[in-house]
Ligand binder design. Sequence first.
Ligand code: HEC
Length: 257
Amino acid sequence: MRLSHVLPVAALLGAVALCAMPHAAFAQEPGGLVAQNWSFEGPFGTINRAAAQRGFQVYKEVCSNCHSMQYGYFRDLSGIGLTAPQIKAIAASVSVSGLDESGQPKDRPALASDHFRSPFPNAIAAGAAMGGAVPPDLSSIILARAGGPDYVYAVLTGYTPPPAGVTVASGTYYNRAFPGHQIHMPQPLHNQQVTYADGKPATIDQEAHDVVTFLAYMAQPEREVRERLGIKVVLFLVLMTGITYAVKRRVWADISH
Ligand code: HEC
């Protein structure tokens, strides 16, 4: 086979291989984590909207009591399928600090363009309330921890009584997945911790799965748009390679022999 025949095939195979590559941030799996089935993984992955909406409910009713999500905006909720009036109503139910007509500090209802509100005024206050451990910001926790969604899921579902002979320090709880197994976060999820609007049974497993889906979305709200564009670009390049090759053959047809 001549090189000129091999090249387009190689380009096509390369493009396909690129598409099939798993998402780099989620690829590493430290030992012991059980890989869960996430709708959003892989280049063609999409956020399961229903799961993410339930996950937002879990975040709002449970996690947001302790954790900030400082890079989250109410308007980001459009990406999990909430409508503009729904987002406006959710934002309006939260009050944030603003100014009155004379420029004096005065609380006001939040707008879609506002950040999610932090439960504590600052990290020192958070640490003081939590026995010294500051609850980490959840904006990009899925990307910040090795194991990503599988790790966060494992922490949320990893509370067990300590094995015989193990005692945990006061103010900490035994957790299988957390490094060192002693975590300052009390078990946040229980069966029926929330009541889902869509009637889905709220088991610990379901709640953890849903909130992780929501956190994965919030870590990269623009990811699906970006990946869809990437796929279009690759398809375009493959097409252009074919056209260029066909044109080259035409142009050289009379000259090459
Ligand atoms: C009562 C307060 C509280 C609630 C409610 C809470 N957390 Fe936490 N969380 C903490 C604290 C405190 C830490 C720090 C733990 C430590 O470093 O020992 C923490 C740590 C974490 C960590 C980091 C573990 C690590 O590897 O460092 C994750 C992930 C997490 N929380 C997720 C959640 C999610 C998701 C929810 C909601 C389902 C939630 N938390 C609810 C207090 C809370």
